[in-house]
Design a protein around this ligand. Structure first.
Ligand SMILES: Cc1cc2nc3c(=O)[nH]c(=O)nc-3n(C[C@H](O)[C@H](O)[C@H](O)COP(=O)(O)OP(=O)(O)OC[C@H]3O[C@@H](n4cnc5c(N)ncnc54)[C@H](O)[C@@H]3O)c2cc1C
Length: 459
């Protein structure tokens, strides 16, 4: 086994594991005092914009920002923390370039986010794709466009029907938004597939609960439901996906259909890597922290975001939901608490009153519930976009996103397909080997074999 290089110390004594909403906010709060961030890639991803990346509205590079630009005082190490020696205050890191490093710290912040929550459904991990990573979003857009082209060329009506059947499982925000954006993209693309205009498409949204978007007020939920109905979406509430063997979706209400694409958006769970770190976990796998965001039983270990169970004083100590707005506010408090410790002051309790909930439903359609102010249609869409835009930390990306949105009012979404992106990133981490698509469209001629390299598809 290769010898480890000599251990090095985290910048400013603070090691941040994970450079998403939570980790980045902590580093920004620490400012010139600096920190070392270890993150799987060298950029931060704005997950709330993934449905619009999938829908071909937002350019991928506007939904991601290089960490070095967002946190100019931090040291950035692209790679993964594989182990934490909590007693000895050091972390083992596997860098993107294949190096193994040992990093010592005075304080460690665990902000590794969440992964899709899956169930032992036969065929699920082989045939379904999530909407959690950029690769997922790029794959969904590409596959939808390829299925439309394949349907146009297909003489067999059975196979054509399959190419035009899209099943989404999970009607939370990610599922509803992804469906609405991809539906818009399909309608854009139909302008260029005239023979498909009168051929029925099937869009099915499956949800185990009796209503969609469980967290929002019923009136807004009903609005979304009506809007989906206008788009011709078949809503299956109180229904579960039972199997997807060979890409044939069987639902608990007895429906069975062959699908061209099966999108799994049925919630998330804390990143299971926290169990390798030897941290305590609650019944949902989250790391329980106290009101100051210190992990129970440790003064020098902190956790936040989707991987942590964070009590919110403004909410009678209830645990925060896994959203970016909460991860951002937790990050601010955690950063301030680290500064307080460095300056000999006592850390303070976290409290934050949620701004509310927003969702976009395709072009000029959205909903917002902002502290009791409820908006739908164009005003809901504008409010949702304003809230998302506020979370983008850098001006170039903000301007890029505004440009993309403006263009989408006049032009179709991105209809370009990429030859070779034919295998779905696997459900789970987006970094495991590619798996089968429900409809395996043939590899284009002269395409070099696709290889997987550390989660990035390349030739
Ligand atoms: C499609 C979609 C839409 C969403 N829409 C909204 C929305 O509209 N509004 C909203 O409030 N929330 C939304 N969310 C939820 C929001 O994205 C999360 O709550 C938020 O990202 C949590 O922040 P975090 O810092 O905990 O995790 P993340 O932002 O996910 O960051 C975690 C980081 O840790 C890295 N990491 C993981 N393991 C390791 C390791 N071992 N070593 C180093 N780095 C590691 C990951 O690569 C990642 O960069 C959405 C989520 C999805 C998937």
């Amino acid at each position: 086994m290769a010898e480890l290089p000599p251990p090095r110390k985290a910048r400013g004594g603070v090691l941040i594991v994970g450079g998403g909403f939570g980790g980045v906010t902590v580093a920004r709060e620490l400012g010139w005092r600096g920190a070392t961030i270890v993150n799987v890639q060298n950029s931060m991803l704005f997950t709330p914009m993934l449905p619009e990346v999938a829908g071909g509205i937002i350019d991928m590079r506007n939904a991601m920002t290089p960490l070095a630009m967002v946190c100019p005082h931090a040291e950035i190490i692209p790679g993964r923390v594989t182990d934490l020696a909590l007693k000895h205050r050091h972390a083992e890191v596997q860098t993107d370039g294949g190096l193994r490093l040992r990093i010592e710290y005075d304080n460690v912040v665990v902000a590794v986010g969440a992964v899709p929550r899956t169930f032992p459904i036969p065929g699920l991990t082989e045939y379904a794709v999530g909407c959690n990573t950029v690769l997922d979003a790029l794959y969904l857009r590409n596959q939808l466009l390829r299925l439309l082209a394949a349907a146009e060329a297909e003489p067999d009506p059975e196979r054509r029907r399959r190419h035009l059947t899209f099943v989404f499982v999970g009607a939370g925000f990610a599922g509803v938004e992804a469906l609405a954006e991809l539906h818009c993209l399909a309608q854009d693309a139909l302008r260029y597939h005239p023979t498909l205009r009168d051929v029925p498409q099937r869009w099915i949204l499956v949800e185990g609960a009796p209503k969609i978007l469980g967290q929002i007020p019923s009136r807004l939920g009903q609005y979304v439901q009506d809007r989906l109905g206008q788009l011709g979406v078949e809503l299956r509430l109180g229904t579960r996906l039972v199997t997807v063997v060979d890409g044939r979706a069987a639902l608990s209400d007895g429906t069975e259909c062959d699908a061209g694409m099966i999108v799994w958006t049925a919630g998330v769970r804390a990143n299971p890597v926290v169990s390798h770190f030897g941290l305590p976990q609650d019944e949902r796998g989250r790391v329980p922290v106290g009101p100051t965001l210190q992990v129970e039983g440790y003064d020098d270990v902190w956790a936040l975001g989707d991987c942590a169970a964070v009590p919110n004083e403004a909410n009678h100590g209830d645990i925060d939901p896994p959203t970016s707005q909460h991860a951002l506010r937790q990050g601010r408090r955690l950063g301030k608490n680290l500064l307080a410790l460095q300056e000999g002051r006592a850390p303070q309790s976290y409290n934050f009153r949620s701004l509310g909930q927003v969702a976009t439903l395709g072009r000029k359609e959205g909903i917002a519930d902002l502290r009791g102010i409820r908006l739908t249609g164009l005003s809901g869409w504008l409010a949702a976009r304003a809230v998302h835009l506020m979370q983008v930390p850098r001006r170039p990306q903000r301007i890029g996103v505004i440009g993309n949105w403006a263009a989408s009012l006049f032009f179709p979404g991105n209809l370009v397909t990429v030859a070779g992106l034919v295998d779905a990133p696997s459900l789970g981490t987006g970094s495991a080997p590619p798996v089968a698509s429900p409809v395996r469209l043939p590899e284009p001629p002269n395409a070099a074999p696709l290889i997987e390299d550390g989660g990035h598809f390349c030739r």
